[in-house]
Design a protein around this ligand. Structure first.
Ligand SMILES: [Cu+2]
Length: 147
């Protein structure tokens, strides 16, 4: 009988350890200065900006973004080509170990297509960022009209 109890106790501590490690892994990625542009009436497209900080000693890659406001969120990059501002889709964003990547107007950004609702100023919108090591980071971004 005693042996069984010890085994259960041991499994419980293993379980706790797994939870703790998982929490640690999450805090290795932090999002700062994030916001979404309020949508313009009649338009179902907008963009989101943020700084992604990788506080770990391993490079990580942002692969996918999901949200209940849209089924189509892409990573885009603005660049100058022959004096013209071009926008192109990029597959992912790699954030180097102990580094950060800034998503900002005229640079990297998240393009949100086919909005299911208008985004009003001062609303708060939930996004989930999916990283290469299967880490998911849930964030909540404020909606601004101008910035
Ligand atoms: Cu874009």
């Amino acid at each position: 009988m005693k042996n069984i109890h010890y085994k259960e106790l041991f499994l419980f501590f293993v379980f706790l350890l797994v939870i703790t490690n998982h929490a640690d892994a999450k805090s290795e990625i932090t999002i700062t200065d994030g916001y979404i542009k309020a949508s313009i009436p009649g338009s179902d497209i907008t963009a989101a900006y943020m700084t992604i900080n990788n506080n770990s000693d391993k490079a990580i890659t942002l692969q996918k973004i999901t949200s209940s406001i849209s089924d189509r969120i892409e990573i885009h990059e603005h660049s100058m080509a022959g004096g013209m501002m071009r926008m192109r889709q990029v597959d992912n964003i790699t954030i180097q170990a102990n580094g950060s990547v800034v998503l900002q107007p005229s640079g990297l950004h998240l393009m949100i297509f086919a909005l299911k609702q208008q985004l009003q100023e001062n609303e708060s919108i939930k996004l989930t960022l999916h990283f290469s090591d299967l880490t998911k980071v849930k964030i909540q971004l404020p909606v601004y009209r101008f910035k």
